[in-house]
Design a protein around this ligand. Structure first.
Ligand SMILES: C[S@@+](CC[C@H](N)C(=O)[O-])C[C@H]1O[C@@H](n2cnc3c(N)ncnc32)[C@H](O)[C@@H]1O
Length: 195
């Protein structure tokens, strides 16, 4: 698939997802995919950082996963994506097949907390985009998975939902091993880098 085709197809898919969400009154039934500009920035980060090991927490229908995987493909990287809703994970897998990117993605179904508790292998880039109320409880595990200098954590929705992410951002700020900054892109991304 050429880059032009990828961009057109992913834009069409995003429109479909947005239309789906506009029809849902229940927040949990919405796909809540990341903003297009944020997804593009993530793909740029993979390229600049040459991220080989990428973790996504919150697959939904795989919009951000596709962007991450398309970039991972160019740097010989892989994406592991976690989703509690098996139906959504299956939807995401189907889109990955349609985009011929399934070979760069591992889909894991379950509560992210369970994965994070037992995980030992480090990641170069982690996208945190699940239920914000759980983020603080993930922090100790995330620290273990962000092992080397330059390893990066991106947290979505820090401008759109400041109160919900505040406890997590406070925790990060207090830790002298990390630098963090809020990027005014999409719904607001917090970029956290291991010093
Ligand atoms: C904001 S959406 C993710 C959007 C996705 N990153 C994208 O841009 O296409 C959050 C997703 O996290 C999932 N989720 C919520 N709590 C979770 C948990 N404890 N473990 C794994 N996934 C969870 C939800 O089912 C939902 O699909």
């Amino acid at each position: 698939m050429t880059n032009t085709v990828f961009l057109q197809r992913i834009a069409d898919l995003y429109d479909e997802f947005k239309q789906h969400d506009a029809r849902q009154s229940d927040r949990l039934r919405r796909y809540r995919n990341i903003e297009a500009e944020s997804a593009k920035l993530l793909a740029m980060l993979v390229r600049t950082q040459q991220s080989k090991r990428i973790l996504e927490i919150g697959t939904s229908t795989g919009y951000s996963t596709l962007w991450l995987a398309e970039a991972a493909k160019t740097v010989q990287g892989r994406v592991l994506t976690l989703e509690i809703n098996a139906f959504r994970s299956a939807q995401a897998k189907k889109y990955a097949e349609d985009f011929e990117l399934e070979g760069f993605i591992d889909f894991w179904v379950g509560d992210a907390a369970d994965y994070l508790k037992q995980a030992m292998e480090p990641f170069d880039l982690i996208l945190l985009d699940a239920e914000r109320g759980s983020y603080v409880s993930y922090w100790e595990d995330l620290k273990r998975l962000l092992q080397s200098s330059g390893s990066t954590l991106i947290i979505d929705n820090v401008i759109s939902h400041p109160a919900e992410v505040k406890p997590m951002l406070e925790l990060i700020k207090q830790d002298e091993h990390y630098m963090s900054s809020i990027l005014p892109v999409g719904a607001g991304l917090c970029m956290v880098v291991v010093k």
